[in-house]
Design a protein around this ligand. Sequence first.
Ligand code: 6PG
Length: 233
Amino acid sequence: MIEKYPDKALLKDELYKYLLQASDEAIDSHGRFLVALSGGSALKLLSESLTGKRRKENINWQAWHLFWADERCVNLESSQSNYAATKKMLLDAVNIPSSQIHPVNTTLSPEKAAEDYEKKILAILDISQNALPQFDLIVLGFGEDGHTASLFPHHKLLREQKRIAASLEDSPKPPPARITLTLPVINNARNIAIVAAGGYKYKIAVSSDTSLPIKMINPVCGNIKWFLTDKSS
Ligand code: 6PG
């Protein structure tokens, strides 16, 4: 479902309600909330929607497990790291147990980091090697070129069917080396929230160009909701 809000403040209000409900439902059904976040402006909108005082107290952070839909292969303290941005915008303000925060190990080579991340996902989700992980929620943003996570237009990783996470070293958006969840894993999520603000992003969201990675996001059996505004403030 595509929802267009008149401004960012209303978008964040609705995103907060949605996140609270997704978290409560997952915790009621299986005792924890398995979430994968993205970087960029979607992360900022999400963090702002969650961290207001009266809001963050309503959320059972103790049951959250945090992963990333993609990560840049840089030091986890670098300003380019999605983990670092999440720490600054969200983790420092809320109380998720550190043992439940699962960043990509970017000290490894990109290929090894992707393998290590896959193993981590299988272990935490407690599934066998051949099973497809199911996150409770994946939050995605998208770029001006229609990329989402680190899945870029016409890139060969869009055809990846076997891997859970994969590396690329030719990202057109810097930095070039990245780790990303693959399309089958993203589309297997119970809930997908796509979050974006600004006129050009709104145009991409409503375009019919199915070659854009963001338009390839179609959950197999889960729910999808687009949180959009054409306003940049
Ligand atoms: C990344 C992100 C990426 C991001 C889009 C949109 O690490 O690059 O996870 O998928 O969500 O590039 O970024 P902006 O919102 O900053 O345009």
